[in-house]
Design a protein around this ligand. Structure first.
Ligand SMILES: Cc1cc2nc3c(=O)[nH]c(=O)nc-3n(C[C@H](O)[C@H](O)[C@H](O)COP(=O)(O)O)c2cc1C
Length: 368
């Protein structure tokens, strides 16, 4: 019997008819995570509105997009803005990237002070702008430096430190299996694996056979990331890898209902629900980024929300071309008048005012 099977048996699953309970809680160190569904960190997507929405739709853990350590260290307003944490996001990981252990440790302390439950370290970003600085996925080829980073970060903070990585730099690489146990020894309390190479970017398939191998090699929770798009896929990956949780990224872009479906509620949203969620998302994003930045940021979300046959295609084009977000809201409400009532209910249910206030003085936030 493999260690994966032992782990599954230990969890009480009958492998012949495995149905992993996504509603079961699990832990990273002392942090209890209420479901086995994690919302992926995505640069340009994982704003606070996205994370809060993810929690409402069933994610047990949400994560900020990657934040530059150098940016935090220099007091860059936009980087500091990523440390904005709302009361209803917990448990939440803030992800940092960089290449220098000391600066990473300093950034981790800021992340902890901002109220994050976990510090996540990025060893997976394949984008040249990041890798050319020695950060992201390149660190997979520099195990000593990667371990020094994890060690420095784990020493700097009391909260658990997790690492997110790819399989390696090159196609077919198995580097993650060599470096994974070393990172755990250096202090990582959890590993997330997106088993594509950096070179692959998002092409091909995530090879979760590697996830299963990693699970066998380490005694910390492993989170499986990559191509989790349905409840069936989530169940299969959990059952066949022994991963503690699945992480969902692209499937949840403009589609929080994917999270609800993975958790077991198959209902398709009504047009009113879609329009109301989008309007709420717009309002929250304006509050977070300011109107100017939010206007550009939101354009990609219109297609994500309104596609999938939910609204006619020209409608999306129309929204993208409107000059103000006020007009976008009006057009959505005209197309789905009942959305007004759904929106009222949603806003009533959200924590208001001080409850969403942050642990840092407001002047620190990037805003617009
Ligand atoms: C637009 C976009 C931005 C991403 N940004 C990050 C990031 O900041 N940090 C990170 O660790 N992974 C990032 N990823 C990778 C995802 O977290 C995830 O591992 C990957 O998309 C595979 O999961 P999926 O198939 O569910 O999308 C990003 C992915 C996308 C599509």
């Amino acid at each position: 019997m493999t260690a994966v099977n032992v782990k599954l048996q230990f969890r009480g699953y009958d492998l012949a008819s495995v149905q992993v309970d996504l509603r079961e809680s699990w832990r990273i160190g002392p942090v209890e995570i209420p479901t086995r569904l994690v919302l992926a960190p995505m640069a340009g997507v994982s704003v606070q509105a996205f994370r809060r929405q993810g929690r409402r739709f069933g994610a047990g853990l949400v994560c900020s997009e990657m934040v530059s350590c150098a940016g935090l260290s220099h007091g860059n307003e936009r980087s500091l803005g990523y440390l904005r944490i709302a009361a209803d996001e917990h448990p939440l990981a803030v992800q940092i990237f960089g290449s220098k252990p000391g600066i990473m440790a300093e950034a981790a302390r800021m992340v902890e002070d901002a109220g994050a439950d976990l510090v996540d370290v990025n060893f997976g970003c394949p984008v040249r702008k990041v890798t050319k600085t020695g950060a992201g996925a390149t660190l997979l080829e520099e195990p000593d430096r990667a371990c020094a980073i994890v060690e420095a970060v784990a020493e700097a903070v009391a909260v658990p430190v997790s690492v997110k990585m790819r399989r390696g730099l090159h196609n077919g690489s198995r580097t993650c299996l060599e470096i994974g146990p070393k990172l755990v020894e250096a202090g990582a309390a959890s590993l997330t694996l997106h088993p594509r190479s950096a070179r692959q970017m998002y092409t091909g398939e995530a090879d979760h056979r590697l996830t299963a191998e990693l699970v066998e090699l380490v005694d910390v929770p492993v989170v499986a990331s990559g191509d989790i798009v349905s409840r069936a896929k989530a169940q299969t990956v959990l059952a066949t890898t022994g991963a503690e949780a699945v992480m969902v990224g692209r499937a949840a872009q403009g589609n929080p209902w994917a999270l609800r479906q993975i958790m077991g509620d198959e209902a398709e949203p009504s047009r009113e629900e879609v329009a109301a969620e989008l309007i709420l998302f717009i309002r929250e994003t304006v509050r977070e980024l300011g109107e100017h930045r939010a206007t550009g940021f939101l354009k990609k979300f219109y297609g994500w929300y309104l596609g999938r046959g939910r609204f006619p295609r020209p409608f999306k084009q129309e929204l993208v071309q409107l000059a103000t977000l006020e007009e976008v809201e009006q057009r959505l409400l005209a197309a789905a008048p009942g959305a007004r009532f759904v929106l009222e209910r949603l806003e009533d249910e959200l924590p208001q005012g001080d409850e969403v206030l942050l642990d840092l003085p407001i002047s620190i936030y990037g805003g617009g």
